[in-house]
Design a binder for this molecule. Structure first.
Ligand SMILES: C[S@@+](CC[C@H](N)C(=O)[O-])C[C@H]1O[C@@H](n2cnc3c(N)ncnc32)[C@H](O)[C@@H]1O
Length: 367
């Protein structure tokens, strides 16, 4: 396989493939959207850049090759001849994850065991354990293809959020919901139930042109083909100075302290402002109308559903009274709760899987 024409699969949160494809296109790739993710093509530096800059991908898988195998003995033999040493380090454990589809080899567990043993014996690497490099094997129509997980810990872990309130939104999802609302970094953003501040901090980072992966490490840095100098040359530029127009509030004072601490760690404390207040006391920010994005309690995860109808109706009232001209986005698992706000929603966005729930974005035009 040409080293500059590798297939790179960007794993998306199911339901958020479209905004991820848009993001990849904006970064200069030619994305192909598929269920579960987006394929781009390029060399290893493209995979590094994808890890560093994409806000919507949960991980980046790089296809490294494959072969045909009709039975386990053939898989074993061919896996031993595969050029693992070009890519895998000798000093780290390895973990193989296999899926089988429409193939004579149908037992994923047995296939995993053969591949792990082949790698471990030819490379003298241990199998499994903490910090293992993950090789994904896909056996489809008797064709075995291998991909390396270049990411490691999921990309929603930006490396700034130590403090987490109840039912936090993943950063990758928050960024994609902001994108679905047309946020491009220039508009003010307000989250009046901000919890640990995820939407507000993501928005402030985007406005500051900060790379989401700037503070963390990646699995690719431990691979045999990693070029530390080329990676250092990709270091993101200094942050832009964004206006102070990112606002979070929550009735839980503890959540506000967490938001503040998370914003400081992320380097956006100068642009994101947090205040402890209930939605009933929400004040109109002193700036041009922008985007409200809120992820209220759903009931299934925190609290009970009954009183939530009243809370949503009151929230709708507050928005109509105090936020004329703003656009409103509500991320919820309960369409009925969104409707209880009485706000003029457009048809809801696609269903997105979130911690066992199905959530979607309900958004309005300027109210
Ligand atoms: C699902 S959590 C939001 C999580 C947040 N998006 C994050 O990423 O951490 C809902 C938040 O709504 C807050 N909340 C509930 N009722 C409220 C009210 N009446 N006024 C303000 N905040 C409220 C809760 O304290 C909680 O932090």
């Amino acid at each position: 396989m040409e080293q500059n024409d590798l297939e790179i699969f960007l794993v998306a949160t199911p339901g958020l493939e479209a905004p991820l494809a848009q993001e990849a296109a904006a970064l200069g790739w030619t994305p192909e959207q598929q269920p579960g993710g987006v394929t781009i093509r390029g060399g290893w530096p493209d995979a590094w850049r994808a890890n560093l800059w994409l806000r919507g991908a949960t991980r980046v898988l790089v296809r490294i090759g494959g072969f045909r195998a009709m039975h386990l003995a053939q898989l074993d033999k061919r896996a031993r001849k595969f050029p693992w040493a070009d890519i895998l380090p000798r000093d780290l454990p390895i973990k193989v994850e296999t899926v089988c589809r429409a193939s004579k080899i149908y037992h994923a567990g047995a296939a995993t065991q053969r591949i792990e043993r082949a790698i471990s014996e030819t490379m003298n690497m241990p199998v499994g354990g903490e910090g293992a490099i993950v090789v994904k094997a896909r056996i489809e129509d008797d064709l075995v293809t291998f991909s390396i997980d270049s990411t490691g810990e999921s990309l929603h872990k930006r490396g700034h959020k130590e403090a987490v309130a109840k039912a936090p939104m993943r950063e990758t999802m928050a960024a994609m919901f902001l994108s679905q609302m047309g946020f491009d970094g220039s508009q003010p953003v307000l989250d009046p139930m901000c919890g640990s501040g995820t939407f507000v901090i993501e928005a402030a980072e985007i406005a500051s042109r900060l790379a989401p992966g700037r503070s963390r490490g990646f699995a690719f840095q431990r691979l045999a083909n990693f070029d530390a100098d080329a990676w250092a040359a990709m270091a993101p530029p200094e942050a832009l100075k964004a206006p102070q127009q990112f606002f979070g509030s929550d009735r839980d004072a503890g959540a506000i302290c967490m938001s503040q601490a998370n914003a400081e760690r992320a380097g956006v404390a100068g642009t994101a402002r947090f205040r402890s207040c209930s939605i009933a006391d929400l004040q109109r920010p002193d700036c041009a109308p922008g985007i409200v994005i809120v992820n209220p309690p759903y009931g299934a995860r925190i609290g009970n559903k009954g009183p939530l109808f009243g809370l949503h109706a009151a929230m709708g009232e507050v928005f109509r009274e105090r936020l004329q001209g703003w656009r409103i986005g509500i991320v919820t698992s309960e369409g009925g709760l969104a409707k209880a706000t009485g706000l003029p929603f457009q048809p809801p966005g696609p269903i997105v899987a979130h911690g066992g729930l199905k959530i979607r974005l309900w958004q309005t035009g300027p109210i």
